[in-house]
Design a protein around this ligand. Structure first.
Ligand code: NDP
Length: 275
């Protein structure tokens, strides 16, 4: 079984550095995809209320033969449920759907600066309740820019354990990552394969050729060696196995530099300051 590195979070909990994402996996395909992933050795699943597939993730886990404690599960607050009462009800619903009395990590999915009068602080205070009562082992944020994080640092008690942001070779996010490192917030890189768009890049292809690995494997390895947490998505069993097979080789410093030099600050997803 693949030995996946564990990252120590700022609250003493650990998270597997490598996992499986289920964004845009249809509910009817989710149980099979997560089952393939667990069989291939994945022990960390990243879902969200918005993905509409928490119940299927929960079903795959409960039928896996693994104990709940062996699997790290993340879910995220729906954008329509930021008000404290709504957030509490939505969190209860997530636990019910996942069939568990806790989640390993619960995130604010987007800061939504143009909604709720820009008040993501009271939303964070509600997540702090879930952390204090033990139903969320860790809490964090997603798509937060340094100025959003600074506000939480100034106005709340608990520092987010992670910030989940879009990162791949076309969007290296040096500024947000440096801010997170300085403040002990672990970085999770969403769309680590640029949603597939970067795999045909000639530089990615030539690094893959040199390493004797596939383009997806060298890009995932680039993330791992930079220290970020990743959870590539695939519904294709061969790719699910291919993607986790990244712990038996190392990229050279020159390979890492070549991939990092592809940065063009190009987002595949929305801008967190406008969305
Ligand atoms: P990824 O970068 O993981 O890319 C997924 C795409 O790449 C799919 O089309 C998949 O196809 C394809 N693919 C996967 N593996 C390979 C491979 N080895 N070779 C060729 N193609 C491959 O994109 P996601 O946007 O899904 O990001 C991953 C996860 O990040 C999400 O599932 C979600 O958990 C999280 N996320 C979080 C967001 C946030 O706002 N917090 C936003 C977006 C994502 P196929 O499935 O057909 O095999």
């Amino acid at each position: 079984m693949t030995d996946i590195p564990q990252i120590l979070l700022n609250n003493g909990q650990t998270i597997p550095q490598f996992g499986f994402g289920v964004f845009l996996v249809k509910p009817e395909d989710t149980q099979a995809a997560v089952t393939h992933a667990l069989q291939a050795g994945y022990r960390h699943i990243d879902t969200a209320q918005m993905y509409g597939n928490e119940a299927e993730v929960g079903a795959a886990i409960s039928r896996s033969g693994l104990s709940r404690g062996e699997i790290f599960v993340t879910t995220k607050l729906d954008n329509g449920a930021h008000r404290p009462g709504d957030a509490r009800a939505a969190f209860d619903q997530s636990l019910k759907a996942l069939g568990s009395d806790y989640v390993d990590l619960f995130l604010i999915h987007w800061p939504l600066p143009t909604r709720y009068d820009g008040d993501f602080v009271s939303t964070w205070n509600t997540l702090e309740e879930f952390y204090r009562d033990g139903r969320a082992r860790s809490i964090g944020v997603s798509n937060f820019q340094p100025h959003h994080l600074r506000r939480l640092h100034g106005e709340t008690d608990i520092i987010p354990a992670v910030n989940q942001i879009e990162v791949h070779p076309y969007l290296t996010q040096d500024e947000v990552r440096a801010f997170c490192t300085e403040h002990q917030v672990a970085v999770e890189a969403w769309s680590p394969l640029g949603h597939g768009s970067i795999l045909g890049d000639p530089v990615v292809q030539s690094v893959a050729k040199r390493a004797g690995k596939t383009p997806a494997q060298v890009v995932l390895r680039w993330h791992i060696q930079r220290g970020d947490i990743v959870f590539p998505k695939s519904v294709t069993p061969e790719r699910i196995r291919e993607n986790i097979d990244v712990f038996d080789f190392e990229l050279s410093a020159a390979d890492i530099e070549d991939l990092s030099a592809l940065n063009k600050n190009e987002r595949g997803g929305p801008d967190p300051d406008k969305f």
